[in-house]
Design a protein around this ligand. Structure first.
Ligand code: CTP
Length: 368
């Protein structure tokens, strides 16, 4: 390395190390260097908008210290300055939260000009400077960190700053992909309900997720429950929308390009949760219809997720009953019917008849 180039570990890696939790990824900031100097050292440039380089061996990210100034709307509206005179303090100042703006030099010494360590100890999510407002994704990040660190609170001044970003329509510059990315990550945290509460406090919930806003207290309760049983993300998503209308689910999924696995389960739940709740009152024909509509036989794994989601939103214990019903039709021997030399349609009718008879026996058994 050339002498004047200084390298610091920054961001989440320092935060997580100080919190005593495993470090997932290490990001480095380089002060006093130029892109040419980095390339000469064998680094490979990857950043499109600002100079980020991959280390030739570790492949970890090294970014030149930079300042940013917003000149327009959206993600491309930045002027980025990364000349070698930009200091570490300048670079840390443009970051989102004080707890993410701590650096460590090669001797292990912490450089913490904005009180990140104090905020870590006091468990506060606090913005570093007014530069926070330059990136609306940070509103979602704050909410996501609240969902991850259940005992941290958002500083009042940061909440006010986020409210002003909503009021000034700065939040409107968010692109759907980034919103969904943060949403999905927040959902899988240990306290996912806090994501929505922080957004509500920032007055951002109605703008970003009007489908969830009317049911906030229900969403809070249901997500606490889902996180407690460590439900997988698609199930968390489905129960979150279980009080919404079909149109609301569809419009949310369209707006944020939600992947099919999430969308399908949420739609299934909105459509069929009432039949599920009434399952013990259904006759054989209706019970078979429910199993067919939920595509239980072709997609047993999703059917199982559906049952799990149902068990979270309903008090009754119908789940075992429907599992039995599923098992009965899944294991019903059909060889004889399939061997018959008749039309496909007739075979289908025969199979349905057999399944209904088998389900009828289950219903009678449960009524006794
Ligand atoms: N950062 C920021 N504003 C953003 C995104 C990132 O200021 N919108 C800064 C923060 O200093 C952050 C660092 O860039 O710590 C690295 O960002 P990233 O890897 O996205 O997040 P982490 O903080 O490492 O958190 P996570 O554990 O969620 O990945």
């Amino acid at each position: 390395m050339i002498n004047f180039m200084q390298i610091y570990l920054v961001g989440g890696a320092i935060r997580d190390k100080l919190l005593g939790i495993p470090v997932k990824e290490r990001d480095w900031v380089v002060v006093g260097a130029t892109p040419q100097a980095m390339l000469a050292k064998g680094f490979r440039q990857v950043g499109r908008d600002f100079p980020v380089f991959l280390h030739p061996k570790t492949k970890e990210e090294y970014a030149l210290a930079r300042t940013e100034r917003k000149v327009g709307k959206g993600y491309r509206g930045f002027v980025c300055n990364f000349d070698p005179t930009v200091t570490l303090e300048d670079d840390l100042k443009r970051r989102d939260l004080t707890i993410n703006a701590i650096a460590q030099d090669k001797n292990g010494k912490l450089i913490d000009p904005y009180g990140g360590v104090k905020d870590l100890n006091k468990k506060i999510l606090r913005h570093v400077s007014s530069a926070f407002t330059e990136d609306p994704v940070r509103i979602l990040r704050v909410a996501r960190f609240a969902a991850r660190f259940g005992d941290f609170r958002v500083s009042r001044t940061t909440t006010r700053l986020m409210q002003s970003m909503v009021a000034n329509h700065e939040i409107d510059a968010l692109v759907p992909e980034r919103v969904w990315q943060e949403f999905e990550r927040a959902l899988q945290e240990q306290y996912p309900e806090r994501f929505f509460i922080v957004l509500h406090n920032a007055k951002a919930l109605q703008t970003l997720f009007p489908e969830i806003n009317p049911y906030l207290s229900y969403c809070r309760k249901i997500l606490i429950l889902a996180a407690k049983v460590k439900a997988k993300n698609t199930i968390r998503f489905a129960v979150l929308f279980s009080k919404a209308t079909l149109d609301a689910v569809k419009s949310f999924c369209k707006r944020y390009c939600v992947p099919a696995a999430y969308k399908d389960l949420a739609i299934l739940l909105v459509k069929h949760q009432n039949e599920f709740k009434q399952a013990k009152k259904l006759n054989a024909h209706e019970l078979l219809h429910l199993l067919e509509q939920t595509d239980a036989l072709r997609r047993p794994e999703r059917f199982n997720d559906f049952l799990q989601a149902c068990s979270l939103i309903s008090d009754n214990h119908i789940i075992t009953y429907l599992q039995k019903a599923y098992k009965i039709i899944a294991e019903l021997p059909l060889n004889k019917v399939l061997e018959e030399k008749t039309s496909g349609q007739k075979i289908q009718q025969q199979i349905r008849k057999l399944r209904q008879e088998a389900l009828g026996k289950l219903i009678n058994l449960c009524c006794e």
